[in-house]
Structures are given as C-alpha cells and as structure tokens.
Design a protein around this ligand. Structure first.
Ligand code: K7E
Ligand code: CUA
Length: 676
C-alpha cells in the first residue's frame, strides 16, 4: 500500500498506520513534522506511553499491521504444516493472522470432515488402505498424521494456486487439498512406504508430486526377529514419483512409479528446475545403516549413525526413470511400478554424491544450478553445482560405488563452495536478489549468504553477509515464494521450535513461534511474533495471495469430493422421503432457517441415507447438520451437497440441528429423527 507523505502528516487515507508513523516515528527521530501531525502524534504518543511501547516497537508493529476492513494489506498466504496435528494452517503475511486450518489427515469437526459426510469419509477411507503395506490398519482407521512438508502446485516452476500437497511423516502418506474450496480431496496411502520425509515437493509443472521413505521399509518378511541383523538386505528405501491428474490434482497411482533406494535413511528432498529440470535430489543420513540396540550390547542409533564423515546426496534422473518405466524395466510391488535398485544404479537413474556428516536440508536455488545441503553436525552449507554434477556424470568421474553398486560421484568434482555459516544449519531458502537464508538450529539464528554466478562473483560470492538471532531454535524457514524459480523475497518467516519467554505461560506445553522478518531493509529485522498452538509445524510455503482463485460459494449442488454436481443434490420443492425395504432415503434442502424435511421416521435397524443440499447462494451462509449421539456432524457451505449414511441402531427421538449460528432463527433450525 502506498501511503503518501501528505497522508502521514494529516492522518488521511492511511488511517491508524498513518497516525502512528506520522506521530511516534516523527517524534522518535527528533523531527516532528509540526502542523497537522503534531496533535495526532500526541495522541499516539499517549497510547504508546500508556502501554509502555517504544517508538521502535511501534514502527515495527506498523509494518505488519492490517487495520480492520483492509484485508488486501495481506500480500501472501502461508501454507504451514500442522505437524502431528495432521492439518495445514493458512496464515496471512504480514499480518500473521491465522485464516484457516485445513483438516488434511485428521478429522475436523467444524468443517464436518470425518464425522459422517460422504466427502470426508471417502477421503479418510482412501487414506487407510491395505494396498501398500500391512501397516495402515494396524490399529483401525488412521485418523492422524504428522504433516511436515507442504508443496503448492507449480506451472513452469512458479506457484499456480491450484492445489497443495503434504506428506505424513508418520505413516508414509500424502494428502491433497484443492485451493478452490480449501478442502482435502485425497489421501494416498503410498505403497511400499512406512514413513516419509522426502517430500512433498512437486516437479516444476506438477507432473509429479514426490515423496520418499524416511526409515527404510522392511521388504523381507521372513524371520523378522532377525531383520535388523540383516538390515542391508532386509530393508529398502523408495523415491516415489506420484503422477498428478492435471484436471483434478489427484494422484494417479497407475501412472506413478518408484525408484528403489539403498536402506540409508532418506531425509529431505527437492526438485531440480530450469537447468536441473528432470532431476531430483534427496539427502540421506545413516549411511552406516545403524539399527540401535542399546539394551542388546550395541551402540545407540544416534552414535552408530554418526560414524562416517560422509553420507550421500541421492541424485535421481526422473526423466530417465520415466523412459525405463515406459520400456517395462520395472517390477510391480504392492501395485506400484518399482525400478529395482540394480536397474537404477546401472541405467543412470540413481547416483550418490558424498555430503558431509548427517545432512538435513537440501534446497535447489531459483536458477536450478546450486544445490544447497546443510548438515546438523557441520557448520557449513555445502553447495553443489548442477553443471559440474552433470559433467561428472557424463565423464563417469566416480570415486567409488556403494555396496549396492550405485556410482558415487567424485566429491571434489562437483562442489561449488563450502560456506561457513554457524552451528546446526538445517534448511535454506532464497530471495529475489541472489541471497540464500539458512536456519541455524543450534545457534538460534538465520544466516544470510550470497550465491555464486550469475548472482554474485569473485569474492562477493558464497559469503556470509549477516546473521539474525531468532527466538528460539529455528527449524525450517520460508522466504515468500522462496523455493520457486522467481522468489518474491520481501518477507521471511522463521519457524521456531521453542518460544521460552516470548508468550504468557499457558501451562506446561508452550506455543511454538513464527517470527516474521522484514527483508526489505538494509538489515534483516524481526517485526512480529506469532504463537503457533496447533502442533509443531515443520515446513511452510508462502504464496502471493493473488495467485489463489478460491470460490466463495459452490455452484449449486456441488459435491466437495468431486467438485462436480452431486447426482443427489436437490432444489427447493424436490424434497422427499422414500422407503425401500429397510432403507429410508431422504432428499433434504438446508437453508435459513430450516431443514426440509424436518421430521424423519425410521425403525431401529434401518439404514438411513440423507442427501443434504445447502440451497443458499449467499457467501458465508454455511449451515451444519448434527445428530446427537449418532456421531454425525456435517458442515454444508453455500451450494454444497453431501450425503450421510448410517444405521439407526439406537432408538429414540433425536433432535438434529444446525450447528452454525446462521440467522435470527438459527436456534429454530432443527428437526426430529424418530427411531422407533
Ligand atoms: Cu527439518 Cu521434517 Cu523438514 Cu522438521 S523437518 S524442521
Ligand atoms: Cu442454519 Cu443455523
């Protein structure tokens, strides 16, 4: 927003922001603007004094302040992982206001996700299959996840605002939400993965969404008691390229494939872009293949996994992998096409590159040339050059093969730089000016450093330029659109695991802390804290708000699962109840302020099917449909059609009601289910 100097002085169009800037700042810098500003600055000064705020604090507050009625002042939306809460959090930048919690893997009662509506039940059922592994139904339906890495869909390497994906680190699954209605449409139980970390990322045109195993998967099921002694043969990792249907955003497993990997612990991953288009990169640790066993006379896992000086960056040529799949060079495993490890190693699909001790993050720079890796136990960021990597691969400049025969590219041939940053570097993001920003977990800081050509050259390249202390223990960080080919820069958000003294004490579990950092000034500057209370967030992506074209209402009678007209949607006047055998089927409309029909009669043991259509066309006119004691709780946004199905196994008179305060007669919006 452009605020003119005149507006600042007169407190005109800029409203509160203008008053504060014109007042307090004017005074703080010793000038004061005199005239119209003087009286106003007095007011603001009084407020600041009364609240114990310094001019500096007020100046920072104004940078992120979004006044009532001016939502357009938020320029970006963050899509944040919701950690083991299993959701995605949607947050405005710079306001740092939470706008939405999208239930992805975890039922969400307000949105009626997972409490009887066919859309949510279908999604949760799909995510709890037995197709891939025997794990999913170990203890019944899976209703939680540990979400780590959201991935917004891309076109030509830029966010396109169509879909968002996120992985389930705990259970090796992937979920997708449609950004037309911000609702989850699919949970994929990815075959051959037990857990996942490398992903989600999308390839530059969302051809694929990638997810790889974290802890390798057991593949030899005989003699499981001895499996850990035979780790090298009994376990494998998998890099999954899940093909995306360009119309719906859904994963199509029939067109998807996996590349089998050695049983190192594959960690984070990123997609190549521009020069490195067609390639993907996955970190690993525990190349030692340690298994723990601290009560069985062996080293604890963390000791065993930190023996070697190098682990391996996995370099995958997914274009080549596509060709092999097309040529039938795969085996089918649990319904998934898998390129076996030997084939991947021999045919140029998989290469390894040494990377220093137990790395964590791998991030590809906007031009696709630099692949930045940082290791928890090494104070440097290691920067690989894709050009050199490609040359080394072409010249077969290998230093060795691993025990599985995978070529190991010569380290010195491909490293572009090692930049000393500080203690515990984890993740890296990029801005629009050729700088990289790396989180330093142990040091609780953000390190800003310069990339090489074409951004910086000579002694200006690969140089630490600034460090910003963070509060506290930063994990991921995000620069707006900072992992696309065209970062927006402007703001950085630090995702901090601890908040210690930043917030009021609200019990023994403390909020985590998102800190908003302004990147536009000479120095980086923290301008806001945001307590995060839903779970531990991991990664976040920030997208320009104008890229998202969300609907405010559904076209009449839309089913949110298909985003198409629901065959059982009804218009007003078409409401009816039909009984066939032991099934009572109801077609109902929902609007301010009644359900029609408002009496449904069933006999104990009947199957009851209720098709509900919210016939409203007004934005915000959402209604609920809850049946007490039947564990049914549906939310119907304007235009939405959905179906609830259950067995009337408890007799009684149940007063179903609308759960959203929708009108003056909301309390009257109720009906009876009589089960006799
Ligand atoms: Cu570093 Cu899962 Cu991306 Cu957490 S991960 S921080
Ligand atoms: Cu509809 Cu309350």
């Amino acid at each position: 927003m452009a605020v003119t100097r005149r507006e600042l002085l007169t407190g005109g169009a800029a409203g509160a922001a203008g008053l504060i800037v014109g007042g307090v700042i004017g005074r703080a810098v010793g000038g004061g603007d005199g005239g119209g500003g003087a009286g106003l600055s007095g007011d603001v000064q009084q407020v600041a004094d009364a609240r114990g705020l310094t001019a500096e604090e007020v100046r920072k507050a104004v940078k992120s302040f979004v006044p009532p009625g001016k939502p357009d002042l938020d320029e970006f939306l963050l899509f944040s992982s919701g950690g083991h809460g299993g959701q995605i959090l949607v947050i405005g930048v710079p306001s740092m206001r939470l706008y939405k919690v999208i239930g992805m893997f975890t039922p969400e009662p307000w949105q009626g996700f997972g409490y009887g509506a066919d859309w949510g039940e279908a999604v949760l059922d799909e995510g709890t299959t037995e197709a891939g592994t025997p794990y999913s139904r170990a203890r019944g339906k899976l209703t939680w996840a540990d979400t780590h890495h959201p991935a917004l869909s891309e076109t030509n390497g830029e966010y396109d605002g169509r879909w968002v994906y996120i992985n389930d680190r705990a259970n090796g699954r992937l979920a997708m939400a449609d950004l037309r209605d911000f609702k989850v449409k699919q949970i994929v139980d990815v075959p051959n993965l037990q857990s996942s970390h490398g992903g989600a990322f999308v390839t530059p045109n969302t051809e694929y969404v990638h997810i790889s195993s974290m802890t390798p998967t057991l593949v030899k099921t005989e003699n499981i008691d001895k499996a850990l002694d035979n780790f090298k043969d009994a376990f494998r990792g998998y890099s999954s390229f899940l093909a995306v249907d360009q119309k719906t955003g859904r994963v199509d497993l029939s067109r998807s494939f996996q590349v089998e990997l050695p049983p190192y612990t594959q960690d984070l991953a990123d997609a190549g872009k521009l020069v490195s288009y067609g390639w993907a990169f996955i970190n690993s640790y525990n190349a030692e293949m340690a298994t723990g066993g601290n009560l069985e006379g062996k080293e604890p896992l963390e000791v065993g996994a930190s023996q070697r000086d190098f682990d391996y960056l996995h370099v995958i040529n997914w274009k080549k992998a596509e060709e092999l799949v097309a040529a039938g060079r795969y085996t089918t495993k649990n319904g998934m096409k898998v390129i076996p490890l030997e084939v991947a190693a021999k045919e140029g699909v998989l290469y390894l590159v040494p990377e220093p001790r137990s790395p964590h993050g791998v991030d590809v720079a906007p031009n696709g040339e630099y692949i930045c890796v940082s290791g928890k136990l090494d104070p440097h960021a290691t920067v690989y050059s894709f050009t050199k990597l490609k040359e080394a691969i072409e010249k077969q400049d290998f230093e060795d093969k691993d025990v599985y025969g995978v070529p190991i590219v010569r380290y010195d041939a491909v490293v572009a730089a090692r930049v000393e940053l500080g203690a515990g570097p984890l993740h890296t993001q990029f801005d629009d000016k050729g700088y990289a920003y790396t989180s330093l977990f142990l040091e609780s800081a953000v390190a800003k450093w310069s990339l090489g050509e074409p951004y910086f050259s000579g002694d200006q390249a690969f140089k630490l330029v600034e460090k910003l202390p963070i509060h506290y223990n930063i994990g991921h960080l995000v620069v707006m659109e900072g992992d696309t080919v065209k970062p927006a820069g402007k703001y950085l958000v630090a995702l901090n695991k601890w908040s210690i003294d930043r917030f009021p004490v609200v019990g023994t579990l403390k909020p985590q802390n998102f800190q908003l950092v302004d990147l536009t000034g000479e120095k980086m500057e923290i301008i806001a804290d945001m307590p995060i209370t839903a779970a531990e967030p991991h990664y976040v992506q920030g997208i320009r708000i104008d890229r998202i074209k969300a609907w405010e209402v559904y076209p009449p009678g839309t089913n949110p699962l298909t985003m198409e007209p629901d065959p059982n949607a009804v218009k007003e006047g078409e409401e009816r109840i039909e009984r066939k055998g032991n099934t009572v089927e109801v077609w109902a409309t929902v609007k301010r302020s009644n359900f029609k029909p408002d009496i449904i009669r069933a006999k104990k043991g009947d199957k009851v099917v209720i098709h509900l259509t919210n016939v409203e066309t007004t934005p915000d006119a959402t209604h609920g449909f809850a049946i007490p004691r039947y564990n049914i709780n549906v939310s119907l946004d304007p235009g939405e059609a959905t179906t609830v199905e259950f067995v009337a196994d408890t007799q009684g008179a149940f007063a179903y009601y609308c759960t959203e305060f929708c009108s003056a007669l909301h309390l009257e919006m109720q009906g009876w289910l009589l089960v006799s």
